[in-house]
Design a protein around this ligand. Structure first.
Ligand SMILES: Nc1ncnc2c1ncn2[C@@H]1O[C@H](COP(=O)(O)OP(=O)(O)OP(=O)(O)O)[C@@H](O)[C@H]1O
Length: 482
């Protein structure tokens, strides 16, 4: 079977047979062809030749599909016409969309994935992890012939990951045909019976998992970039904070509060972010991590209702959002979701200098050169002219990381930055971040659900902890990590 893009083979598989009684996991790094393989199995692409007896109803669960549902919801958004926030389709209706009427199966899935508090909530308002759980529930309810699970654990907190592991094990045991697509070995589920290793569009290893685990190639060491050998471009003085006093916080929040109607997400948060105090923000899915970060970047409407000072600007006193954003480099699932403009990879990186989604002014040679250097650091120099939207999800994420790092800003906000990245790219990104922190006055705010992903230089942790009783859903606990 061969699939080509003009003259470039995207996927070239000589022989691969699979049956419903085998549980395959396809392992492949970013750009290896997993997405193309999934599209092919779903019937979204035509192979040049060679597929026989393909399953008819295939459900592909992926970050791409999550994005597609979000875009559908945005398209139907009536906020501009009704003068109030249109929450879009509620979770309950999204579950009914794939299987109606409501039955005990719905009740089971809702219980398994703990979706009850979200049923009446609009999809667009969900946190990234909550959205992921809804996508999973839809996939399971559809009972497809084949369920393709593409990085199903991305964005889930520890509890949700365990819940999903159990739910998937039960599904497989009940006879659901499942193929997993993962980009790292530690995500291969224990119930895998067969493994296929995809590299540059080719299956380089395939067979029973127990046998392949003994194969020398399976254990080949990854060649990680040494942090010290990473060469970063010169820091851009235009975005720095000259002579910022060490005893003045970059961010000061007093009595911080966010509420939606009667639902108080958090309240009474007093927090100072001191220069150089690299901080991890942790908490379960939907606890308010991104909300807190969006208050700082000015992307949350309630930032003006709070006693919040960022870079010396008391919010709501006439500063522009650009005065604040100028000193921040930012990457998050929400940014990725909203980065929907035309333009190539290089322009997307340049847009980090103007803090815009897309570029709307002439860019100079210097900006383009700088962006090219950052694309090279994330290994995508050769994709500079490719349209951003045509890149794989992992490649898009790398471009957005380069966009966040290009300024080597005073405040770097990385909200689950490595979602969708393979081991090598994950390491590369964290190494580049560490190098930035070591070589200049950048302070890091970092969110990740992964326990194997903690930058060494973290000094403080802010944890959102559920309140069993009390006026708000979560309270914030601060602890020193040094
Ligand atoms: N306009 C809104 N109305 C009601 N609830 C909202 C609204 N906007 C956000 N929320 C809710 O606020 C909560 C916090 O969301 P946030 O994105 O900050 O979570 P998070 O901690 O970053 O989660 P994750 O780890 O899943 O990314 C979520 O439960 C979300 O559904």
């Amino acid at each position: 079977m061969q699939l080509t893009n003009i003259n470039i083979p995207l996927l070239c598989i000589d022989r691969w047979s699979l049956s419903a009684d085998q549980v395959w996991t396809v392992l492949g790094g970013n750009g290896s062809g997993k997405g193309t393989l999934a599209r092919l199995l779903c019937g979204e692409l035509d192979a040049m030749a060679g597929i026989t007896d393909a399953p008819k109803r295939v459900h592909w669960l992926s970050l791409e599909k999550q994005q597609a549902l979000y875009e559908r919801e945005l398209y139907n958004d009536d906020t501009d016409f009704t003068d109030q926030l249109d929450p879009g389709t509620c979770v309950q209706d999204l579950l009914l969309e794939v299987a109606a009427p409501w039955s005990s199966r719905h009740d089971n899935v809702v219980e398994q994935l703990q979706l009850a508090p979200l049923l009446a909530r609009g999809y667009r308002l969900l946190s990234s992890g909550e959205g992921r759980k809804v996508m999973l529930a839809r996939a399971v309810l559809e009972v497809p012939d084949l369920l393709l699970l593409d990085e199903p654990y991305e964005g889930l907190d520890v509890v949700a990951t365990q819940m999903l592991e159990q739910a998937l094990a039960a599904l497989v045991a009940a006879g659901q045909w499942v193929i997993m697509l993962v980009n790292q070995k530690q995500d291969i589920p224990p119930w895998t019976t067969h493994l296929a290793w995809l590299d540059h569009g080719r299956l380089v290893l395939q067979g029973p998992y127990s046998e392949l685990q003994q194969h020398p190639d399976f254990h080949a060491a990854l060649r990680y970039t040494e942090v010290e050998s990473l060469h970063l471009p010169v820091r851009q003085s235009a975005f720095q904070l000259p002579d910022w006093p060490a005893d003045e916080p970059l961010v000061r929040l007093r009595g911080g509060r966010v509420a939606y109607g009667d639902l108080v997400q958090f309240d009474g948060v007093d927090w100072d972010l001191w220069p150089g105090c690299h901080t991890q923000i942790s908490g379960p899915n939907g606890s308010g991590k991104s909300t807190l970060l969006n208050l700082i970047t000015g992307d949350h409407p309630q930032c003006y209702a709070n006693d919040l000072t960022v870079f010396g600007y008391r919010r709501g006193r006439g500063e522009t959002i650009w005065d604040i954003k100028k000193h921040i480099g930012y990457v998050s699932g929400n940014l990725h979701r909203d980065y929907r403009v035309a333009g190539n990879a290089l322009t997307a990186v340049v847009s980090g200098l103007t803090d815009s989604i897309g570029v709307y002014q002439a860019t100079g040679e210097h900006e383009r050169e700088l962006a090219t250097q950052w694309l090279a650091i994330v290994g995508l120099e050769h994709r500079a002219n490719a349209s951003f939207r045509s890149l794989s999800t992992g490649e898009q994420r790398l471009v957005l990381i380069a966009r966040a790092l290009i300024k080597q800003p005073p405040l770097l906000i990385l909200d689950e930055p490595t979602q969708g990245l393979d081991d090598l790219n994950r390491f590369l990104v964290l190494a580049a971040v560490e190098r930035i922190l070591k070589t200049g006055p950048t302070t890091l705010l970092f969110v990740s659900h992964r326990t194997d992903e903690q930058p060494a230089l973290l000094q403080q942790r802010l944890s959102f902890v559920p309140q069993v009783e009390g006026p708000s859903l979560y309270h914030l606990v601060q602890e020193s990590l040094i």
